[in-house]
Design a protein around this ligand. Sequence first.
Ligand SMILES: Cc1ncc(COP(=O)(O)O)c(C=O)c1O
Length: 371
Amino acid sequence: MPIASSAFVPSHVARLDLYQPGKPIDELERELGITGAIKVASNENPLGPSPRALAALPAALGQLHRYPDAAGVPLRRALAARIGCEAGHIALGNGSNDLLYQLVLATCDVTDEVLTHECSFLSYRLAAQVAGRRFVAAPTTPELACDIDALIAAFTPHTRLVVVGTPNNPTGTVIARAGLDRLIAALPERALLVIDEAYTEYAAQWPEVDHADGLAAWRREPRVIVLRTFSKIYGLAGLRIGFAVADPAVIDVLGRVCRTFHVSSLAMAGALAALDDTEHVAQGARHARRAIERYLAEIRGPGVRVYPSLGNFVLIDCGRPSAPLYERLLRRGVIVRPMAAWGLPAHLRVSVARDADLPRVIAALNDELAA
Ligand SMILES: Cc1ncc(COP(=O)(O)O)c(C=O)c1O
């Protein structure tokens, strides 16, 4: 007799949404009996992993019988040297998602709230809900960007974590310098501001667009926490490693709530080598900007709108329900991301593709959007 989960799970767990990741290439190819599918659904680096990281991994393999260095000292020191801070300002995570979950666990009491805005990264909501904490999403601007005034208006005596992404996933929008300054000036005394900079290296490729620098904000305000990841431009999403830059008091509590040996030795070895791979990072950023400019210039159809983005993806308003379009694109071997779970049922998110794949992605989208 199977048992019902309601018999043993608390109500906040029973209500949890299941995170729907992008469809894996192998799965689609198996289902359709095709080869050569293109995945532009998970904002990965289509140029592949950092070659320096790949070269460093074989040496780490011979030490797999050992537990990882739990303190992650070499990588934290290297990151600190790069950023211009102390190793004590840095915490490593099993991806930056892991650090978000840890932050809720470490800082939110039972009545505390996690505040973000609508159309932000789904993990912000999941991290709050997994811990049984109240999640609040302020409205965005009509352009789907972070509305600083609406965020400030949503502050309550229970606000503990305010989480913003810049560039934001899935909109690609950024927070301007003055906007971030205003947010920090209004931050309630008991609140911490998490600035998720998963795509910051891509934004740096657009110097003419005013966008805030999370690390500069952290240097001015110790209640700021910056999250970064090796999953995007460094091309190491499969290794699962990210980091937080924060006040030592925050780093200390993260170290208490994280699971034992939560970052693998391979992940740390790969990240350490990737950090020096400036050529791979520069190439990835240049490539993403070129691809986004092509998406903006070439994707079209009746009622269709492509949002400008400083990340490695664009959000497309299809002007009609996007689920059937997603299904038809799958049958053409192009995996994009439907956005209904983000509250955007007419939208698709499309990551940058390799140069060789871009024409096929754009042609498939335009065919379907014209229909
Ligand atoms: C805004 C944002 N933050 C964080 C992450 C998660 O990164 P990680 O792989 O480091 O957990 C993503 C990944 O899609 C993201 O879009």
